[in-house]
Design a protein. Structure first.
Length: 630
């Protein structure tokens, strides 16, 4: 079974459900001589092109899909979901002083496709010239969520000029024509999204198209069967992932494992804790378990920080701007005396102190559209520590963790660090973020490295006269939708595009945040946005609009106690939803924001329950519930 619950279509001749039909007169000029549809019995039907979901890659490399759904193109939301998202890959440093400039661009562009074709080319080389002349299976097809992709076969004449042999042809589609009931719409496979589909086409091809023969095995992350928009759905995934985790069993046991397992028993049997003291009980899924786990972390947890790695990628934290979270954690972890130990044999967890932002800044070749060298750099690093120490090999890296805030971090750490606990700002379920193992790291826009708490706070609820506020760059498709529905439409909703640069504009932005009841936090190019923490910083109730985004510290925090989480499709009803919230409920949410604020703050010297400790606790907490007995 493959992601999205679709099975690989059988390619065996005696398959009962498949019927592969040759063209009546195969053309030597065409590279296509096979077709597979949703219903293989329809092959040869003259009305086939009117059937939904049929995709054919022809001699020009074009693909066609005819007969779209009945509702295609009817609503503005659907139109925008079909928008082409062209993301720049110019390496621009977006770490500046403007509050509303955020969301570093991410564009897989040709990288995923190049990676896929590199794997397939390696496969063909391994086959050898003689084997390439043998008869291979017919077109390999995997049904994706957007239709059937066909990588077909090439008809070649043998040396004796008689029979024909089939060898795989690697088709890299460049253009897709999507015909629906409204009309024909052209879309191009440029970048991670395709115009006319809004789907991650390159990753579908890289992950779902297979070639017969000894193909290199590619690791796949467990994908959700559908778009995840609610906290209940995420909770279900959390429980499922914990039950299915295979990364928790070390190759051999250690004293540290027994200490973690003992802590797990204590956490599961934590004494009841009532509201009071330094933490606010309504903010937590299970405040008793959290409090006991936090106490055990302070008493038990020891972390070994690897000394390997050279500056600036390693051991050089960035303390200002969009990626400050990874930098502040690195600074505070490396200088910590309570958790950090010099003897790795005493450690329960192992920290790899690299900066994903400095990795991109140092190694990425501008306009190259290729990040393979970034991933290779971290692969070499992990292999180095695995060769030097025995700890990585004992667990396969499951007791190692990294903290990374750059959008590219999921790609950079793929495969070779797949078993590690990843604290990521880009906490996107569809790109491999694993709830229950990985930690959603808050993306914090720090304006002053010397004083990260500058301008903290906001007006009391009675003085917040603006219902909802948003201002920012038009990154991604969702913000354009937000503005088309709500910009200049309602007097009590201040929905803007980019605000002009300058100190006055920046202060006006902050004043709006401090004066609004709800602060809209739509996704940009990626699911994460610093506005979530920014809203909490200014005591404004965050309204998160980002499907598949796992909110920070999801495993312990109860986000519906201090935020509103909406599906992207709810944008047309945004005001209706907000005004329907009773005043009493709003006051509870705003109180929750003020109470949770302490958990989202950086301090030059860490304080109990602050952002440093919450990040470390979630890493510890996930490891505790990931570890299993043999």
């Amino acid at each position: 079974m493959l992601p999205y619950g679709n099975a690989l279509l059988s390619l065996l001749p005696d398959a009962k459900n498949n019927e592969i039909v040759k063209q009546s007169e195969p053309s030597k000029q065409s590279s296509v001589n096979r077709g597979i549809t949703n219903d293989l019995h329809k092959v040869g039907n003259p009305n086939l092109r009117n059937e939904p979901g049929f995709v054919q890659i022809g001699e020009t490399g074009n693909a066609y899909r005819t007969g779209g759904g009945a509702g295609d193109g009817k609503e503005l939301m659907e139109q925008h979901q079909d928008m082409k998202i062209k993301l720049p890959l110019d390496g621009t440093d977006m770490d500046n002083d403007f509050d509303f400039v955020e969301d570093e661009t991410l564009d897989d562009e040709d990288v995923e496709m190049d990676e896929f074709f590199a794997v397939q080319n390696d496969t063909l080389l391994q086959m050898g010239a003689s084997q390439s002349r043998q008869n291979f299976s017919l077109a390999q097809a995997v049904r994706g969520s957007w239709g059937n992709i066909i990588v077909d076969a090439d008809t070649r004449t043998t040396s004796n000029g008689g029979s024909t042999n089939i060898s795989p042809v690697l088709v890299k589609p460049e253009t897709v024509l999507l015909n629906n009931s409204i009309g024909s719409k052209k879309m191009e496979f440029n970048g991670t999204k395709a115009n006319g589909s809004g789907l991650d086409v390159s990753s579908h091809i890289a992950e779902k198209v297979l070639i017969s023969g000894p193909v290199k095995k590619k690791m796949r992350c467990d994908m959700p069967p559908k778009t995840v928009t609610t906290l209940d759905e995420m909770q279900h995934i959390l429980l499922r992932n914990r039950a299915r985790s295979r990364a928790g069993k070390p190759r051999w046991s250690s004293e540290r494992d027994q200490e973690i397992l003992a802590a797990k028993v204590e956490i599961e049997n934590a004494p009841a804790f009532k509201n009071g003291g330094e933490i606010y009980a309504p903010l937590f899924r299970n405040v008793s378990m959290f409090r006991r786990s936090y106490e055990l972390m302070e008493r038990v947890l020891k972390v070994y920080v690897y000394k390997e790695g050279e500056k600036p990628i390693f051991h050089q934290p960035i303390l200002k701007g969009l990626y400050a979270s990874e930098g502040w954690f690195m600074k505070l972890m490396e200088g910590n005396k309570n958790f950090a130990v010099k003897d790795p044999r005493k450690a329960h967890l192992f920290y790899m102190p690299f900066s994903s932002r400095m990795l991109e800044h140092t190694l990425y070749v501008r306009n190259s559209h290729n990040r393979t060298n970034l991933r290779q750099y971290l692969k070499n690093y992990s292999e180095k520590i695995a060769a030097k120490y025995r700890f990585w090999n004992r667990t396969g890296g499951a007791d190692h963790f990294l903290v990374a805030c750059h959008d590219w971090a999921p790609y950079e750490t793929r495969h070779h660090m797949e078993q590690c606990i990843k604290a990521l700002c880009n906490a996107d379920i569809t790109t491999g973020f694993k709830i229950g193992r990985d930690v959603s790291l808050p993306e914090t826009y720090v304006r002053s490295a010397r004083n990260p708490l500058r301008d903290l706070g906001g007006k009391p609820p009675s003085q917040r006269t603006i219902l909802a506020f948003y201002a920012g760059s038009m990154h991604g498709y969702l913000r354009t939708i937000l503005l088309e529905y709500w910009k200049d439409k309602e007097s009590d909703m201040k929905i803007f595009g980019p605000m002009p640069p300058g100190v006055a504009s920046k202060m006006n932005y902050i004043l709006h945040m401090k004066s609004s009841k709800y602060c809209i936090c739509p996704k940009g190019y990626e699911v994460n946005s610093p506005r979530v923490v920014e809203a909490i910083f200014y005591e404004c109730v965050p309204v998160i609009i980002s499907d598949n985004f796992v909110p920070p510290f999801f495993e312990v925090l109860k986000w519906d106690a201090f935020s509103i989480i909406l599906a992207e499709k709810d944008i047309p009803n945004l005001k209706k939803i907000l005004v329907s919230i009773p005043e009493k409920k709003y006051l509870e949410l705003q109180l929750g924001v003020r109470k949770v604020q302490q958990h989202f703050l950086w301090h030059p010297k860490p304080l109990k329950y602050d952002l440093f400790h919450m990040t470390l606790h979630s890493i510890w907490y996930n490891r505790v519930f990931q570890l299993k007995l043999r």
